[in-house]
Design a protein around this ligand. Structure first.
Ligand SMILES: Nc1ncnc2c1ncn2[C@@H]1O[C@H](COP(=O)(O)OP(=O)(O)OP(=O)(O)O)[C@@H](O)[C@H]1O
Ligand SMILES: [Mg+2]
Length: 342
């Protein structure tokens, strides 16, 4: 007998902060994207085992919004970022970068978790910052103009232009991440993908970088795809959020709804894992299932079934991502919770 399903009453208040309302037209679209990495091959060279990193992801990023992607380690977040950057081609499905008003395809830049390894150590910081402009043919602007542009970007991210002759390793972790952000801003991209932008930083610096990202977005109307395993980071910055489990989006919607009144059992588990002062710690560690499902042999039906306290026989069927009839912006992949809510 499964435990009774506690469904938090939901109150979709118009204009609720984080409702996702007011964002512009789609700028990036993923249509049923699958990415499978070959792990071993037979004697003919055919892949026989795969890591199924993404298993049918459909989502839209709209101009001007901060879209959060949250989920545990290995659920496919960075693979999704690589697809958005055109660094990894979908095994199946499609990425569409919608054209700008001037007809050119949308530009996407990325900030990685570890600026130490993602920034070129052989260049002075000002050259690192304008590298994407140079790569796009900006060399024609001349060195003085490029330096001026780097100085202006440095000021925007709270760095002192006179320090830009230093090399990346001469800066602190937080300053390095500011360089990475300036670099991402340089070509005025349509979307900036932030892949765990604060997880490699000290806790005090994390808040500074998050605030900087928020300020930059407010000042310039930037569009973010923010990837994090940390729910608090997503809560701090995002209008909409997608929760990923085993390469699938299991819940998606306005951040305020998904993170305050989650419907999918996995989202609830993820949020319960965040320490909260108003809730006592459990006396004994919670029992882990004998074996967590991996992504080499995918589970049948609902991927979360073996970990789910509410699983029933119906969960052996694949679960579609269904919009809530009373709040169609909010969708989740669980028929048990859907039945309990109506
Ligand atoms: N190049 C690759 N070759 C084989 N498997 C890969 C490759 N890249 C990713 N994977 C596998 O795909 C799955 C998803 O990895 P991914 O890095 O996207 O997860 P993630 O959500 O970003 O994790 P983390 O939070 O630890 O960064 C993992 O099982 C990973 O081992
Ligand atoms: Mg990752």
């Amino acid at each position: 007998m499964p435990p009774t399903v506690p469904v938090t009453p939901l109150d979709p208040v118009p204009g609720l902060a984080g409702s996702g309302a007011g964002a512009g037209a789609a700028v990036l679209e993923l249509q049923d994207v699958r990415v499978w990495f070959p792990l071993s091959r037979d004697w003919r060279g055919r892949a026989v085992r795969h890591a199924h990193a993404l298993n049918g992801v459909t989502l839209q990023v709209r101009r001007g919004e901060a879209f959060g992607i949250v989920g545990e380690s290995g659920c496919g977040k960075s693979t999704l970022a690589a697809v958005l950057m055109n660094l990894v081609r979908p095994t199946e499905g499609e990425l569409r970068r919608l054209p700008r008003a001037d007809g050119r395809p949308s530009d996407v830049q990325i900030v990685f978790q570890d600026p130490q390894s993602s920034l070129d150590p052989r260049l002075p910081a000002w050259r690192v910052i304008i590298e994407p402009l140079v790569a796009a043919g900006g060399q024609a602007s001349g060195k003085a103009d490029l330096r001026k542009r780097a100085d202006a970007l440095a000021l925007q991210v709270g760095l002192r232009p006179e320090h830009l002759d230093r090399y990346v390793h001469e800066f602190s972790g937080g300053q390095r991440q500011r360089i990475a952000i300036a670099r991402a801003l340089a070509p005025s991209p349509d979307v900036i993908v932030l892949d765990e932008p604060t997880s490699a930083l000290d806790i005090s610096v994390q808040a500074q970088i998050l605030n900087l990202l928020r300020e930059l977005r407010r000042a310039h109307g930037l569009t973010y795809v923010l990837i994090s395993h940390n729910v608090s980071v997503v809560r701090h910055l995002c209008d909409r959020v997608a929760v990923m489990y085993l390469g699938q989006v299991v819940e998606q919607g306005p951040a305020a709804w998904v993170l305050q009144a989650p419907r999918h059992p996995y989202t609830r588990e993820l949020l319960d894992a965040v320490p909260r002062l108003d809730r006592p710690w459990p006396e004994a560690p919670l029992a882990e299932p004998a074996e967590l499902p991996g992504n080499v042999v995918l589970p049948q039906g609902c991927f979360f079934r073996s970990r789910c306290p509410w699983a029933t026989a119906g969960c052996e069927r694949p679960q579609a991502l269904l919009a809530r009839p009373d709040a169609p912006l909010h969708a989740y992949r669980c028929h048990v919770m859907a039945r309990a809510s109506h």
